[in-house]
Design a protein around this ligand. Sequence first.
Ligand code: ADP
Ligand code: MG
Length: 697
Amino acid sequence: MSQIFSTSIEFLKGVGPQRAALLQKELGIFTFGDLLQRYPFRYEDRTRFYTIAEITEAQSNVQVKGIIRTMEVAGGGPKKRLVAYFKDETGEIQLVWFKGLKWVLDKIKPGTPYIAYGKPSQYGRYISIAHPELEPVSEANLTRASLVPVYSLTEGLRNRYMDNKLIVNLQRQILQKVLAYIPETLSANILKAQGLILKRVAMEHIHFPPDPKSLARARHRLKFEEFFFIQLRILKMKLNNQEKFRGMVLENTVLVKDFYNTHLPFELTNAQKKVVRDIHRDMKSSKQMNRLLQGDVGSGKTIVAFITMLQAVGSGQQTALMAPTEILAIQHFNGLKPYADAMKLRIALLTGSTKQKDRKVIFEMLKEGTLHIIVGTHALLEDTVAFKSLGLAVVDEQHRFGVAQRSKLWRKNETLFPHMLVMTATPIPRTLAMTLYGDLDVSVIDELPAGRKPIQTIHRYDNSRLRIFGFLKEQIALGRQVYAVYPLIEESEKSDLKDLMDGYESITRAFPEVPVSIVHGKMNPADKDFEMQRFVKGNTKIMVATTVIEVGVNVPNASVMVIENAERFGLAQLHQLRGRVGRGAEQSYCILMTSHKLSKEGRVRIDTMVRTNNGFEIADVDLKLRGPGDLTGTRQSGVLDLLIADLGQDGKILETARAAAKEILDKDPDLSFPEHQPILAQVRSQSASSINWSRIS
Ligand code: ADP
Ligand code: MG
């Protein structure tokens, strides 16, 4: 790449050292290349001029041509403001500034024609525009491009009068200097096959689109490119993994068959069978398995994991299952123990609270190889946990563990890395999975066991609480149990705890005969566990709780989930909570309580929950609403710092980009063909620039 892209922005007209420092601080922009990669986040249609008579408060932004008749400073103290009376032949409006009065007074001359742009609002009998964009009328801005780019700015920049106009001007300067040097990064073949425009043209049109169609082409080209290089990197990594990491050949299925024929208490669903076959194939392939198993809450991932373990144990290896919380680890252990006993296999539980003397026994058995299955929490990662030969590690709820922890498990077998099965109950949209877990193979259980009744979800407003209580009474009379969940958000912890306690009181008042449990994060673990156990055993009928019960609790007899202030929960959380019911044979219900005041987004979330039980559909909506960072807590990972592409909107482009990247690597894994040189150059320049972290600190 040409040196010109690393020229400091200090050398642009209108910048200088101070503004350069500010741009660095506020936006992390150091060079021409940095600024050029800040694409507009929207465009303003500035073809239309309004007459003043046409302007109403209902409009968003309007553009008007007129003359400032006179200006005055009005009000005092915090209300001090500069008012300019701006007129054309149809009427008069006010332009108002609350800040930077002196600067505006210096700059603006009454009597000369200006173009004003901004959001009109009614103020007394005047329409006024606060802090309008104002520029003198000239030939150039009367006939300028129809779509004016808008860049994101910060308060810090605005306070120093660095506005959108300035950035537009800088972008224009840079483009003039560098346009001729913008290298093509894709091969001619790809451009042709995908119908993409040249990089150079795309860069020019993304900043200054001559028309909407050119803008669409530019956006498409840049999104494709962004996905393409991410996928190229991920696929290359996957290729390297497969070459480098030989795996144990685990092909003995005697135990699997025995279990299947004599102990498996139900028929596997077709989806489960398919996954079992995928895994079977992986484990005997002589390459290390790295597979992601996605399946909705209750789809039966655990039994698949167990069958997989049997294949490993049958082939003379040990296995581990790691869960993110102690509750979940205990539940897995209790679930698997009867199966393991039936198969005469040794299984143990290791968590932070395992006693020292039990630990010693477990560690010894692990070293000798006499312990076949170990279930546990992070405790499994400690250095003291050493296996004779770990052949398979299963990680449940992967999104709660980092990649670092995954690799720590790998190292538990130094001769050959163990096979890895990663399970997640939070469905991830396909697009996101391809990006986050693109180096893993993916299996999906997209089918619930037969005979499950879909949970009925309804939305009720707070004023129908009495009727809801009536319904709960009926359910409890039928012998069922009920969850009532309250939000607990750290910022509003105090009022949230009060809501929870108020809720608890009103429930105990409404159900005087019914034993009620309460659990929240501020209780000490022993009390929490005690209350939890009372509910699990059926001694209490109603569980009032915060989201501590979100993951893992399994009480098949619970058939109603009431979620209070449901509008305050995210979709993923609502789906997880709902998954706590519908685990038995009875019809289950999820009741979402909200106030009448719902934000637009809140309503979409509630409607989505009412409409579907499908976790993948919900995850897709969630991705569109929130963007990927929040969804996975991986905003920091960098994988998802996309410049222009959007995982929520651009799934199709991602799929084609991935396919194109795969096709190239299949033919030319080292990118050595002459036609692939532009691609190789871009890969190299990207990996060079990604090391450039140092300058940030
Ligand atoms: P999850 O995928 O949420 O981890 P689990 O593995 O906990 O789901 O399974 C939920 C319940 O469904 C368990 O009680 C399990 O025994 C049961 N189950 C799993 N597979 C089947 C099946 N094919 N038929 C009937 N019940 C099943
Ligand atoms: Mg599970």
